[in-house]
Design a protein around this ligand. Sequence first.
Ligand code: SF4
Ligand code: F3S
Length: 106
Amino acid sequence: TFVVTESCIKCKYTDCVEVCPVDCFHEGPNMLVIDPDECIDCTLCEPECPVDAIMSEDDVPEDQQKFLELNAELAQQWPVLNEMKDPPDDADEWKDVKDKLEYLER
Ligand code: SF4
Ligand code: F3S
């Protein structure tokens, strides 16, 4: 499965959602996640993200392993998003910031 990782937090550019053939992106207040039960590993979304937030579960770095669990958990709670929308006004200010997990809103 593919996983949305930390870079998405407070950026949420949504370029990723329109290419997904099975609509498995779910939208929270300031991040998207992928439902691991729906993802068919097509790889189409990975190059779409301008901040490289999306990766195969096999490529998730050690310090971001918690996002595997977070994608699975939050996909059950958040609604599907399958059309692009405007990112937050300050998205560009957050795109190079690291360690954003503390800012994740649920
Ligand atoms: Fe959707 Fe394919 Fe990305 Fe999985 S890999 S989330 S199926 S676009
Ligand atoms: Fe997030 Fe990248 Fe999609 S910032 S919303 S994973 S395009």
